[in-house]
Design a protein around this ligand. Structure first.
Ligand SMILES: Nc1ncnc2c1ncn2[C@@H]1O[C@H](COP(=O)(O)OP(=O)(O)OP(=O)(O)O)[C@@H](O)[C@H]1O
Ligand SMILES: [Mg+2]
Length: 353
């Protein structure tokens, strides 16, 4: 077990692309850190730099307090699981999982013990004699996870390891993987572009965009206090409503919304954010509200998401599934002023209303 530190890491590829820009990130011993962000934002590059399979342009990486910049990958004692895992098709599950340990010269009883324990945790106990072509895609991916787990490294690196698995199994494996990691207590960095995975698995979440770290915080804090407009729009589904507004003193005005905020925030133009789940369909006359014209209603279990417009702005709201609505209806949606977020219109940074 170990901590991992990225200190002012920049990675520029010869082609000129800056994949990671001045990244500072501390992953604590035993922590499950999730790196999330859109495709191409530099997530895999961060993992590859820690694994040592890519060299950085600038900065220092430490594992357990020790600088590893010049330590070759095989001596870094990290274990990486990729999205596109490759198993040896002619070898049994047991042999696939134990391959690395055998190469490292571990004694047979140690190998047996570690493989059986990991196989049990991953629900592969009865499949150890099978070969990969006799397994489902999800089972194969679990073997790939098992192969990383048995190595008992100081840090696990997971690069979208569940993305090729169907939705239901993915939800199960998410829980399994988190439980295994907590059981072993191994420091882990998990990359995904799926914000649901990030929110459910991470002790903390690091949100990246265009090679730049936007915010690092526990899931609840990211959700409640996004640091900027990008994080606000990226985390949460459906996404937070983001409405351009003008501000004068404590009065905030949009095309179909008017709110008085507790404190003036010193800008004249801002973006007001309100989550779909913070809008309610039966507002008391005392709370601020907006009138929405409905284009589409989508029912998901007990919830119903309605999509439409208020003034010039597209709006999404979550309302009770029991309410009958149809296209063209108008509905008044209220909200608590404490649920709104304000962001600077120019910098995108959060303001505290
Ligand atoms: N070998 C390379 N040479 C040049 N540019 C590269 C190289 N590898 C990655 N990049 C660029 O660096 C940026 C970050 O790539 P990276 O693979 O880290 O993104 P990612 O966040 O993992 O994306 P995805 O979610 O699609 O896997 C991208 O713009 C990519 O095109
Ligand atoms: Mg990637």
């Amino acid at each position: 077990m170990a901590s991992a530190s990225f200190l002012h890491i920049t990675k520029q590829f010869p082609a000129g692309d800056v994949a990671v820009h001045d990244l500072c990130l501390e992953v604590a011993d035993g922590e499950f850190m999730v790196i999330v962000g859109p495709s191409g934002c530099g997530k895999s590059t961060v993992l590859r730099l820690l694994a040592g399979v890519e060299n950085m342009t600038e900065g220092v990486i430490k594992i357990d307090g020790r600088v590893v910049n010049d330590v070759p990958p095989r001596n870094r004692d990290v274990s990486m699981v990729f999205q596109n895992y490759a198993l040896y098709p002619h070898m049994s599950v047991f042999d696939n999982m134990s391959f690395g340990l055998r190469m490292q010269g571990f004694a047979r009883p140690v190998i047996e013990e570690r493989v059986r324990r990991a196989a049990r945790a991953l629900g592969l106990g009865d499949l150890l004699e099978r070969k990969p072509p006799e397994l489902s895609g999800g089972e194969q991916q679990r073997v790939a996870l098992g192969r990383a787990i048995v190595k008992d490294p100081r840090v696990y690196l997971f690069d979208e390891p569940l993305s090729s698995i169907d939705a239901r199994l993915r939800a199960e494996l998410r829980v399994d993987l988190k439980r295994i990691q907590k059981g072993l207590g191994t420091t882990s960095i998990y990359v995904t572009h799926d914000q649901v995975e990030a929110m459910t698995m991470g002790d903390r979440i690091a949100v990246m965009k265009d090679g730049v770290l936007q915010q690092v915080a526990p899931p609840g804090e990211i959700y409640d206090h996004p640091a900027n407009v990008f994080v606000a729009g990226f985390i949460g589904a459906p996404a937070m409503n983001l409405i351009p507004v003008t501000v004068s003193g404590r009065l905030v005005k949009g095309s179909a919304i008017e709110v008085e905020v507790p404190r003036a925030c010193g800008v004249d133009r801002a973006v007001l954010g309100i989550r779909p789940e913070a809008l309610s369909e039966s507002p008391s006359p005392r709370v601020p509200s907006l009138e929405m014209k409905i284009d589409l209603a989508e029912r998901v279990g007990r919830d119903q998401f309605i999509y439409g417009t208020a003034g010039d702005d597209g709006i999404v709201a979550r309302i009770d599934a029991g309410i009958q609505v149809s296209r063209g209806d108008r509905i008044r949606l209220g909200f608590d002023v404490r649920d709104i977020h304000l962001f600077d219109a120019h910098s995108g940074q959060a303001l505290s209303p």
